[in-house]
Ligand binder design. Structure first.
Ligand SMILES: *Cc1c(COP(=O)(O)O)cnc(C)c1O
Length: 308
């Protein structure tokens, strides 16, 4: 048994017609927590539980915190999530629905994270949102499922926040002897911490995040993601916030699924930057999902962005 499910792999006629490529979608928006994060976090939580953890602690007011809360409820282990004051009521509601204890502390994620770390006792497990080998191992199951399906893509599009998804996908590609298949690593321009790390050759912190795609807003990526860029073909692609938000609206119309702009950024490459797909025929998009944005948020933001 795993806490994640095997998700559908579907050809997208709409996106194929727009881009002139064969586009396949791996729909991880359909995971029970609404994002891919339960793959890695589920495996990490199961492992920590088997090692005797009596409580899980997270500092993510996003899809990672929600995956920890879900894993804890399923495994019968209490969960504490420390979130900053900026966390929306919608996210708190989702966390409460998974029976998590919520502690609101500090004005930034850094402050909430420091509080979370200070709470860790000897029988608690801190669950990191992207920097943990167990997470990468769990995320690699995406590629296992694609390989079993019999489809072999020429390239894989995914988005990068802290680089956990990329590290897991690269691990899965190596494991399935697909080390030649390139990864298109997409970020929004205001959250390009992976682009910067690839340029410098090591993780470096951004001075600030200037993107509204909040799930991509890690100031610094994990070392493993940078190491992969030296061992596996990875191309960095940047899109604007406006493209990421517009892609969410278009994807809702085309596939009747609402995803976060953090996922829309990857779809925006197909909708608006098909030139980045020039070398490929069959392109697989990891539809990573995300549950923290409403359609009203997306429309209001688009109105605001086009007025600037
Ligand atoms: C976490 C997340 C990402 C980024 O994943 P990382 O492992 O942090 O790189 C992208 N999209 C969504 C919806 C997420 O929740």
């Amino acid at each position: 048994m795993t806490l994640h499910i095997e998700t559908p792999l579907i050809p997208s006629r709409a996106l194929s017609l727009i881009s002139g490529k064969s586009i396949l979608l791996k729909v991880d928006a359909l995971q029970p927590t609404g994002s891919f994060k339960i793959r890695g976090i589920g495996l990490a939580c199961e492992t920590y539980a088997a090692q005797g953890a009596r409580r899980f602690v997270s500092s993510s007011g996003g899809n990672a915190g929600l995956a920890v809360a879900y894993a804890g409820r399923r495994l019968g282990i209490p969960v504490t999530v420390v979130v900053p004051e900026t966390t929306s009521e919608k996210v708190k509601q989702l966390l409460r629905a998974e029976d998590a204890e919520i502690i609101t502390h500090g004005s930034t994620w850094q402050e909430a994270n420091a509080t979370a770390l200070s709470l860790i006792g000897p029988t608690d497990a801190f669950v990191h949102p992207f920097d943990d080998p167990l997470l990468w191992q769990g995320h690699a199951s995406i590629i296992d499922e694609i390989a079993r399906s019999g489809h072999q893509p020429d390239a894989i599009i995914l988005t990068v926040g802290g680089g956990g998804l990329l590290s897991g996908v690269a691990e899965g590609l190596q494991k399935n002897k697909w080390s030649h298949i390139p990864i298109l690593a997409v970020e929004t321009e205001g959250a390009a911490s992976y682009r910067k790390a690839m340029e410098v050759g090591r993780p470096v912190p951004l001075a600030e995040i200037r993107s509204l795609a909040s799930s991509l807003g890690a100031k610094q990526v994990c070392e493993k993601a940078v190491a992969w860029s030296k061992e596996h073909p990875v191309r960095s692609v940047l899109v604007s916030d406006q493209s990421a938000f517009m892609a969410c609206e278009r994807f809702l119309a085309d596939h009747r699924l609402l995803v976060e702009p953090a996922c829309g950024a990857g779809l925006a490459v197909v909708y608006e930057h098909a030139e980045a797909l020039h070398d490929f025929d069959q392109v697989l998009v990891i539809v990573c999902g995300g549950v923290t944005t409403t359609l009203d948020d997306i429309r209001e933001t688009l109105t605001g962005l086009s007025c600037r």
